[in-house]
Design a protein around this ligand. Structure first.
Ligand code: NAP
Length: 259
């Protein structure tokens, strides 16, 4: 049983859908006050309504995590709504597929800005709030893709997800003076709106290549993030945990067939 995060002001970027929505639901169920930050207001307000209907506390702030002014507004709105910022879940991300031969410099920059630069912007914007509070928590949503595995079409995506892990090593050292930890969850294939867009064949072949024989649920990531956000994880920083149903373990197709 983890110490309660009840009443903790928590920003979840990309909290309107998928993994972020799962993190928001898990945290709100534990009593956290959750600010859902995303671009689309309709899905964001729907996620807020869902949490409120379950008895939780949530609000939505329209945010583009790749834009510095927008990120600063997000942090200010959260502080105003919930009285500070205790936890940042830097989760928003995109994963368009395009092979290198067709990848334009703009394709590359777009993914880097939303996935990697945003991580820096969101962390930077929260530092004054963590300093005021005397402590803080950052949980980054990275991926197995990039740091551990590869997939055609995701060179830019994989680089951005590896970049987040490189960022957090030094960030962990710099945030320590604010009594703030930063850690990353590395999801495997989690059943989300974004993943569904990749098509049924992708979902089926992925599920077949996972030892636990299913895609992950968004709550699987929410629960791992919850640990990093808890008081019990106070001495864990600059680390990452793979949550993938064992997907990165098999050495060959035969190894999977043996299960
Ligand atoms: P998703 O279902 O497509 O949801 C993405 C969320 O991010 C949405 O709320 C989206 O809302 C928001 N978002 C996208 N661009 C944004 C921007 N510029 N500013 C603010 N919010 C933005 O994706 P997901 O599958 O949950 O993925 C979430 C995170 O998990 C990503 O970082 C992804 O790399 C990582 N991940 C996912 C998987 C997986 O299997 N699903 C595996 C490994 C890692 P708007 O579009 O309305 O802004």
């Amino acid at each position: 049983m983890l110490t309660s995060i009840a009443g903790k002001s928590t920003i979840v970027t990309g909290g309107s859908k998928g993994i972020g929505k799962g993190i928001a639901r898990v945290f709100a169920a534990q009593g956290a006050h959750v600010m859902i930050a995303a671009r689309g207001a309709e899905a964001g307000e729907a996620a807020v309504a869902e949490i409120q209907a379950a008895g939780g506390t949530a609000a939505f702030h329209q945010t583009d995590v790749a834009d510095w002014d927008s990120v600063q507004d997000m942090v200010a709105a959260t502080a105003e709504t919930f009285g500070g910022v205790d936890i940042l879940c830097a989760n928003a991300g995109i994963f368009p597929q395009v092979k290198l031969i067709d990848m334009s410099p703009d394709d590359w920059d777009g993914v880097m800005n939303v996935n990697l630069k945003s991580t820096f912007l969101c962390v930077k914007a929260c530092i004054p709030a963590f300093e005021t509070a005397g402590k803080g928590r950052v949980v980054v949503t990275s991926s197995i893709t990039g740091p551990v595995t590869g997939f055609p079409g995701w060179a830019h995506y994989g680089a951005s997800k590896s970049g987040q892990l490189g960022f957090l090593k030094t960030a962990a050292m710099e945030l320590a003076r604010y009594n703030t930890t930063i850690n990353a969850v590395m999801p495997g294939n989690i059943f989300t709106e974004g993943l569904q867009d990749l098509g049924q064949e992708y979902l089926d072949t992925m599920a077949a290549s996972i030892p636990l024989k299913r895609l992950g649920a968004v709550e699987d990531i929410g629960n791992a993030a919850l640990f990093f956000a808890s008081d019990e994880a106070a001495y864990v920083t600059g680390q990452q945990i793979v949550v993938d149903g064992g997907q990165i373990l098999p050495e060959s197709l035969e190894a999977i067939d043996e299960i």
